[in-house]
Design a protein around this ligand. Sequence first.
Ligand SMILES: Nc1nc2c(c(=O)[nH]1)N[C@H]1C(S)=C(S)[C@@H](COP(=O)(O)O)O[C@H]1N2
Ligand SMILES: [Mo]
Length: 497
Amino acid sequence: MRWPSRPDAAFAVLAGIAGVAGSFAVAGYTRQFVVAPIDALVVRLSPGVIVAWMIQNVGEEAHLLHIGLSVVIAAGLLAGGSLLGQQIATRLDRPFLGAGLAGVLGWGVTVLITGEPLLAVGAAVPVAVVTGLGTTVSSAPDHSPTRRRVLRSGLGVLGFVGLSVGVDRFGGGTDGGDTDGADAGIDGATASAEVTQRLQQAESQSLDFASDDLPGLVSPIKDFYGVDINEFDPEVPSDDWSMTLTGEVESDVTVTFAELTDRPTEHRYVTLRCVGEPLNGKLLDNAVWTGTPLKPLLEAADPNGECGCAMLRAEDDYFVQFPVDALEDAFLAWGMNGQPLPKSHGHPVRVLVPGHWGETNVKWLSGIELLDEEMDGYWEQRGWHGTGPVNTVAKLWDTTALEDGRLELGGHAYAGTRGIDRVEVSTDGGNTWNDAELSEPLPGDDVWRQWRYVFEPSGAHDVVVRAVDGEGTMQAEEASDPYPSGATGWVRKTVER
Ligand SMILES: Nc1nc2c(c(=O)[nH]1)N[C@H]1C(S)=C(S)[C@@H](COP(=O)(O)O)O[C@H]1N2
Ligand SMILES: [Mo]
């Protein structure tokens, strides 16, 4: 095999990039995008220590690193196809066959990765076109115009990449049942009367903050935080969904989506908080969820395993192990703020376990296996202890200077099923404490509350906030990191005006 010349190699790289862009143009940011399965593999193969380190030190930007790597791998594979196509064609002494061969190889690679023969054409065509350009350029006799052409085609490819990104971002497209783009505040525009009543109740019970930056008592879908083990959400049509309770049970129980949504329906406020969030972080939100209790299904299956525990499994290969006792209070939700459950929040069905850390709220639920012996879940395998009840927290999300010279402090407080009894605020570093104003509790046994405290500042203040839960227990003062059992401590901040 001959070593590829520089323009050949350059065009192969461009062909790879163009192929990835083409795949993106036809598939969008979905699991059919050629990068998606590669990314899933990269994430799966990343050692747990690295993942834990990334979550703590790189935070939400960490996904850009593995996505970047996956894009490079995808482009590299398609570039390899382009080069191979060119080489075979050269060997056969038919250089102009190279484009066709490169296209076929690019198509084959993409089908192998995505399993989508039709959409793979979107990657194959740009690979063939750019490879063809390369062949034309290399076979051109003189040198300096060739260079110019290389440059021009390179710019063309970049233009194509830009265009496909633009088409996907702004042309709408392949969201399929997702309402993530739904309008803030009016998520419930098409909601049932009960959901609308709940959304209105949350609105009317929200404290009247001077600041517009604070979330209300219900988070609009577009603002609701998201934590996923995968970059690309599974796409599960409701009609294809069913879930089986199996394993250590008297009898397996299977429900389809139609059967599930036919069951007694409730609309509950449930607040979610991720164990991985920093003490004053924002991975804490509340929504009105529509669904049905899990308990009757559990009773029908009649678990008899030794550990009294179950593994919840999901379509994205996520899994959480959990005590059956706690599951008895769980809710299977298919609606969020009056919309069908959005793709990013687990369409079509997710679990909501009152009062436990976010990770137990399995999205894209695919099955519940009752066990004989305890086993680690996905995050527990990676060192987290995030299946238990949430820690009590009062967030300090608002420090707003009022026109009259006073300062408004505010935020949300949450203690899972224990509820929030009061929030105390100190403006002198913890020497003296005052009760904050609290929003009226919303109905439900796993809902946050808002707090607000306004005072007359003089100079700098060392503000500290802490919550007392419904059992009379004070939020733990000792500070600890989120890893492995959730952040503890009191939120402190120096404010001045
Ligand atoms: N199938 C599945 N379920 C999942 C996860 C996931 O990655 N896959 N993430 C969990 C974590 S860590 C949290 S905090 C919550 C977040 O739910 P949200 O994305 O709807 O806010 O979902 C949990 N359920
Ligand atoms: Mo989480």
